[in-house]
Design a protein around this ligand. Structure first.
Ligand code: NAD
Ligand code: DAU
Length: 347
């Protein structure tokens, strides 16, 4: 099968491709990515030369570029990861979020409508639990929780979810949708909480905790998310939404303290010194208090449950950031941008 993966050079997309390309030589994977600041083709080094994989640099906001990719590859399955993904950036500059997340999704759906007869193909939309807004101290997000997004990022993802469902109802584009909680693991850009804290602790820089650090996220190791997406693609019901989460609610301050402990253990340094780097800073505007997923539907219908616990996943993640110094150095120095220019600039 010809599979178009959008945003495959980002955090989750790269983990997805690294997992599936070697496992499925019978499928051909085309990675369509604009290579924004968040993308890093170094994350795909292990599969770069695989005969069932290729990369195409394109912007989903450009309909003609999307159409050209569809004409050339005629994908039967689209797995749509591409998006602007960082909440803080959506607050300081919402425009690219509206463009890439809403218009970009619209362009992909239009290309599907043009290239697939009604009922043909499959569009898998990768979305977030942030569309549901914030929970109080109790309760869980289910697939029927009403949408109530708080940030420009989550509002743009909510709009894209609605478009995907509307194209299914109106134009009979087969679709499946997953709304997942916070991911962590290898290849995550160090603007997000977990890699930022690991690298700052290693470098003895301040660990900036928003507000009082009492906000709660439901953390899921990234390859568990990738397995969930693949399970839904293969065994989920068409037209359905599946929530994906780790049953793993942790307050931000507890995440940061855990990381201080693991970094100290892994680098033979003083945990108290690392904890001393914690700095409480001004809160994020519109900061959702708590996210927590009821993943009962994907478990009962497809048998999916996470394989990593928070302890094993955090240990693997810390080790990955400590061991993969070339990836980290190139991201921290901005050198990976030069590499992208040299390797993809002329395309
Ligand atoms: P990321 O920011 O690491 O990667 C996004 C990728 O999309 C990058 O490679 C970027 O170059 C590409 N991209 C952005 N705009 C594009 C455009 N206009 N055209 C083509 N490519 C473009 O993001 P991520 O954390 O890997 O998230 C991937 C998807 O999963 C997103 O849709 C996000 O909303 C969703 N999601 C993320 C999480 C999480 O915790 N990270 C959780 C649930 C859902
Ligand atoms: O819930 C899924 C979402 O998780 C995804 O849809 C988003 O793409 C992804 O970025 C993530 O969003 P968050 O805003 O939850 O992730 P982030 O890593 O930015 O922040 C996690 C929590 O940590 C949040 O409560 C804000 C807080 N935080 C974050 C940073 C970067 C801090 O306290 N300090 C920080 O420096």
């Amino acid at each position: 099968m010809k599979i178009l993966v959008t945003g495959g050079a980002g955090f989750i997309g790269a983990n997805f491709l690294n997992l599936l390309v070697p496992r499925h030589p019978e499928h051909h994977f085309v990675n369509l990515d604009k290579l924004t600041y968040a993308a890093n083709p170094l994350s795909l080094a292990a599969i770069e030369a695989a005969s069932n994989y290729e990369m195409t640099v394109a912007d989903i906001v450009d309909y003609d570029a999307v159409e050209a990719v569809f004409r050339k590859h005629e994908p039967e399955l689209v797995v749509h990861f591409a998006a602007e993904s960082h909440v803080d950036r959506s607050i300081s500059g919402p425009a690219p979020f509206i463009k890439s997340n809403i218009e970009g999704t619209f362009n992909l759906l239009e290309a599907c409508r043009k290239h697939w007869k009604p009922g043909e193909g499959l569009f898998h939309h990768v979305s977030t639990d942030e569309v549901y807004g914030s929970l109080g101290d109790t309760g869980l997000f289910t697939e029927s929780t009403a949408y109530d997004p708080s940030s420009p990022y989550s509002a743009s993802k909510a709009a894209s979810d609605h478009l995907v469902r509307a194209y299914n109802r109106t134009f009979k584009i087969p679709m499946k949708l997953t709304n997942c909680s916070n991911n962590y693991g290898p290849y995550q850009f160090p603007e997000k909480l977990i890699p930022l804290m690991i690298l700052n602790a290693k470098d003895r820089k301040p660990l900036p905790v928003y507000g009082e650090g009492l906000n709660v996220r439901d953390w899921l190791y990234v390859t568990d998310h990738c397995d969930a997406i693949w399970a839904v693609i293969n065994e989920g019901r068409v037209g359905e939404t599946y929530n994906v989460g780790g049953h793993n609610e942790v307050r931000n301050i507890d995440v940061v303290n855990t990381l201080c402990r693991i970094v100290a253990e892994e680098t033979d340094s003083d945990e108290a010194e690392l904890r001393g780097l914690i700095t409480y800073v001004k809160d994020r505007p519109g900061h959702d208090l708590r996210y927590a997923i009821d993943a009962g539907k994907i478990k009962s219908e497809l048998g999916w449950t996470p394989k990593e616990t928070f302890d094993t996943g955090m240990r693997r993640t810390v080790r990955w950031y400590l061991e993969n110094t070339e990836w980290v150095d190139r991201v921290q120095t901005g050198d990976y941008r030069k590499w992208i220019e040299e390797n993809y600039g002329a395309r």
